[in-house]
Design a protein around this ligand. Structure first.
Ligand SMILES: [Zn+2]
Length: 167
């Protein structure tokens, strides 16, 4: 998988040599990835394949743990717990509404947010224009659909071959 990824990345950079400046290494897992030109040259970035997300989660947990340890935070926490029930209910409604909206537009995101965001950055860099999120989602959906068709054809072909040559 990583070899395949590097193969594509090399091919892209070979075709668009100016993107070489946007190449950066994840400070955590050391994988190479393309970043937005405004971040070119930075060495403190984490990759969008999990490290960035993991770090964000870690920081956020650390922040809230530190906050709730303070006196002010301790008071807030009991308030929060009381309000949580009501909020959970509201969140559920908001989520349902969003699901409905996505469903109507047939734009269900096929991948997680960091991956989509990375695809958006890289595609925009390659095409030298701003590619919007909807385009990315449609593109990924098309590729996945094609992949499923290919898989089915392969399966059909195998079945047909098995029949053609009985053991
Ligand atoms: Zn990483």
């Amino acid at each position: 998988m990583v070899a395949q990824y590097y193969w594509v990345l090399r091919a892209v950079v070979k075709q668009k040599p100016h993107l070489r400046e946007s190449l950066t290494r994840c400070r955590h897992c050391r994988i190479l990835f393309l970043t937005h030109p405004r971040n070119a040259g930075r060495r403190d970035l984490r990759c969008p394949f999990g490290c960035r997300e993991a770090h964000r989660r870690y920081q956020s947990t650390k922040r809230s743990t530190e906050y709730y340890r303070t006196k002010e935070g301790k008071g807030k926490k009991s308030d929060l717990n009381a309000r949580r029930c009501a909020k959970d209910q509201r969140c559920k409604h908001a989520k349902d509404a969003e699901k409905e909206k996505n469903h109507c537009k047939d734009l269900q995101a096929p991948l997680d947010e960091p991956t989509l965001s990375y695809l958006q950055t890289v595609t925009s860099l390659i095409e030298a224009r701003t590619v919007c999120r909807k385009e990315i989602i449609r593109l990924v959906n098309t590729i996945l659909r094609q992949h499923r068709i290919d898989q089915s054809l392969k399966l059909l072909y195998t079945v047909k071959n098995c029949r053609a040559k009985p053991p």
